[in-house]
Design a protein around this ligand. Structure first.
Ligand code: NAI
Length: 473
């Protein structure tokens, strides 16, 4: 057993954890980063990156299949899932290699093994790690909990990796199913439904609430539903699942609806949310407060144990990699500030200013407040919806959708909601608009490059400023 002391010990090397380690090292802190699996965590290995690679392959399949519509005749002979996976794994592998090199070049000590938080009487918090060579105790001036989240399921449904799949299992499939039921019409559900449909799978999405992507503005949910139906994806909203039964050749799903509907398919993807990974790692024993498994933190992301912080999916709120990055950077700077290495205390970005993108076809993206939340908060609001039908680039890409703006009455734009192919790429400007509290007149004054999808944002702001160009008012 060896004992090591660091300025900062980070438990978990996913988006939140490794960002924290990198920023802390940059600020001159000595850092240990503990990971039991692979550097990069869920996002890099089982989430954001491989799923987006698969969605890109899906887009290529659609482009080939639909090429004849624009005079380019092609056929899709086969979806070679092994080939798709090899491509996705190649992307992941290159990013993983780059990240590993970056972490090593910053002088961060990576400790491989299962970590557990411990606190002593009046002593600095520590992480005990069970490594291949025995136990190591890493003492930290500060400890950052960054152990992320894991797939949740519903009572009575235990994913088996073959017919009942989590999203991680779905990424590892050897062959494509002919049919699939997707439980949950949230972000994971609609992204897999979209990709599988592009690969020719018969997909039914079952959502308990009354709309797809219920976290988005209802206008976006409605547009996504229309687009999915047009693509041949069956969507059943307001349909909680009552039972899932494995059959010799497939799966049967019973819905808790008036007709008592049952659905059969080759596989079921369970995408009913992700829960915090906070059990069995000494958190509660050390005095860290938990609320339904989420780590309770104050506005500086500090737990009830002084010097112990939590970041990313462990903290109740949006479960997004880039929120994890922002949390990690924030805590690194907070610790550097408290120890005199940084003059100014960092500012934490509120969740509502974190951009959200669902990479289905069409994409759904938003930042800021929905119309309903803005009304609740400000009373009077104005909205403007610009249909992508009037946008040259959208016509070229043959996509439909809209830009919806929500503005405080006689005030700044507080919400941007987008649906359409590639609208996720517009999040940069959208985020600057809501975060810097831009007024429609200010954005309208900026020429937007023609022909881009970005122009649709400009057009919507022109309309909201009372001088629509390519739109009827
Ligand atoms: P989610 O919370 O987005 O959606 C889960 C859905 O399942 C909800 O709409 C819920 O109403 C529904 N549901 C729950 N119980 C049900 C039942 N018994 N029957 C039918 N429907 C039921 O969670 P999801 O999609 O699993 O994703 C987990 C997290 O990962 C999310 O926070 C998401 O933001 C994040 N993520 C983000 C991505 C992105 O930014 N592009 C991609 C993938 C995941």
């Amino acid at each position: 057993m060896s004992d090591d002391a660091y300025d900062l010990v980070v438990l978990g090397a996913g988006s939140g954890g490794y960002a924290c380690a990198l920023r802390a090292a940059q600020l001159g802190l000595s850092v240990a980063l503990v990971e039991r699996d692979r550097l990069g965590g869920t996002c890099l290995h089982y989430g954001c990156i491989p799923t987006k690679a698969i969605l890109h392959a899906a887009e290529v399949a659609d482009a080939a299949r639909e090429g004849a519509r624009i005079g380019v005749h092609a056929t899709v002979d086969k979806i070679d899932l092994a080939g798709v996976r090899a491509y996705a794994e190649g992307v992941v592998g290159r990013l993983h290699k780059g990240l590993t090199g970056l972490i090593s070049s910053r002088g961060i000590t990576v400790v491989e093994g299962e970590g557990r938080l411990v606190t002593g009487d009046g002593t600095a918090p520590a992480v005990v790690v069970v490594t291949a060579d025995g136990e190591r105790t890493l003492t930290g001036g500060a400890v950052v909990l960054a152990t992320g989240s894991q797939s949740r399921t519903i009572p009575g449904v235990v994913p088996d990796g073959e017919r009942l799949l989590t999203s991680t299992d779905a990424l590892r499939l050897e062959t494509l199913p002919t049919s699939a039921v997707v439980l949950g019409g949230g972000v994971i559900g609609v992204e897999f439904a979209s990709a599988w449909r592009s690969f020719g799978v018969e997909v039914t999405v079952v959502e308990a609430l009354d709309r797809l992507v219920p976290g988005e503005d209802p206008a976006s949910s409605a547009a996504l539903l229309r687009a999915f139906r047009k693509r041949g994806i069956t969507v059943r909203t307001a349909s909680p699942v009552s039972a899932v039964e494995t059959l010799p050749t497939g799966v049967r799903v019973s819905l808790d609806d008036e007709a008592g509907t049952t659905l059969e398919a080759d596989v079921v993807l369970v995408a009913v949310g992700r829960g915090p990974r906070s059990a069995g790692m000494g958190y509660e024993e050390a005095g860290v407060g938990l609320d339904r498994g989420f780590v309770e933190v104050d506005e500086r992301l500090e737990t009830a144990v002084p010097g112990v912080f939590a970041v990313g999916d462990l903290v109740l709120g949006l479960q997004l990699a880039h929120r994890g990055f922002a949390h990690g950077i924030f805590v690194a700077e907070e610790v550097a500030h408290r120890t005199g290495r940084l003059d100014r205390a960092p500012v934490l970005v509120p969740d509502e200013q974190v951009p959200r993108v669902t990479y289905s076809d069409p994409e759904v993206a938003s930042v800021g407040l929905s119309e309903a939340v803005a009304r609740e908060r400000f009373g009077e609001v104005e909205t403007q919806t610009y249909d992508l039908a009037g946008n040259g680039r959208a016509q070229i890409l043959q996509t439909s959708g809209f830009v919806k703006l929500v503005r405080r009455k006689d005030g700044p734009v507080v919400g941007v909601h987008l649906v359409g192919a590639r609208v996720g790429e517009l999040m940069g400007e959208a985020q600057a608009i809501t975060s810097w509290e831009a007024w429609p007149e200010e954005v309208a004054a900026l020429p937007h490059a023609h022909p881009t999808l970005d122009e649709a944002l400009g057009e919507a702001h022109l309309a909201l400023a009372g001088k629509p160009l390519h739109a009827h008012r």
